[in-house]
Design a protein around this ligand. Structure first.
Ligand code: I3P
Length: 108
C-alpha cells in the first residue's frame, strides 16, 4: 500500500518521547514488511533509495495499527505501533482512506 499521509512521530521507543513532534506530509510506501517515507510520489519513483530526511524504513513485523480514538485534535488519524515501542500517528484524507490503510497494513 502507498499514498500520501500526514505523519506525527509520538514515541522513539516505549520510554522515549519523539523530539520532532510536528505533523509532516509524507509519501508512504508499505511493502515487504517495511514502511518507507518519501517527500512525494515523484521522489519515490525517481530515487526509491532516497528516503525522506534520510530516515531508515520502519520494520512492520509485529506492528499494530488501530484507529487513534483518543487523539481528538485531528480527524481520520490512525496509530502505528512498532514492535520496538516506537509510535506514529498517521492522518488520512477521509474515513474511507483511513480504513483502506488499516486493511492494507493488516493484510501484509
Ligand atoms: C509540535 C507541533 C504539533 C504538536 C506537538 C508540538 O510542535 O505543534 O502539532 O502536536 O505537541 O510539540 P513543533 O511543530 O514546534 O515541533 P499536536 O498537533 O498533537 O498538538 P506535543 O508535543 O504535545 O505532541
Amino acid at each position: 500500500v502507498e499514498g500520501t499521509l500526514v505523519r506525527k512521530h509520538e514515541w522513539e521507543s516505549a520510554a522515549k518521547r519523539a523530539s520532532n513532534r510536528s505533523w509532516d506530509k509524507v509519501y508512504v510506501v508499505a511493502k515487504e514488511g517495511r514502511m518507507a517515507f518519501y517527500k512525494d510520489q515523484k521522489s519515490y519513483k525517481a530515487t526509491p533509495e532516497q528516503h525522506w530526511r534520510g530516515e531508515a524504513p520502519l520494520d512492520l513485523n509485529r506492528a499494530v495499527v488501530e484507529v487513534a480514538a483518543n487523539y481528538t485534535k485531528k480527524k481520520h488519524v490512525f496509530r502505528l505501533r512498532l514492535d520496538n515501542g516506537a509510535e506514529f500517528l498517521l492522518q488520512a484524507h477521509d474515513e474511507a482512506e483511513m480504513q483502506w490503510w488499516l486493511d492494507g497494513l493488516r493484510a501484509r
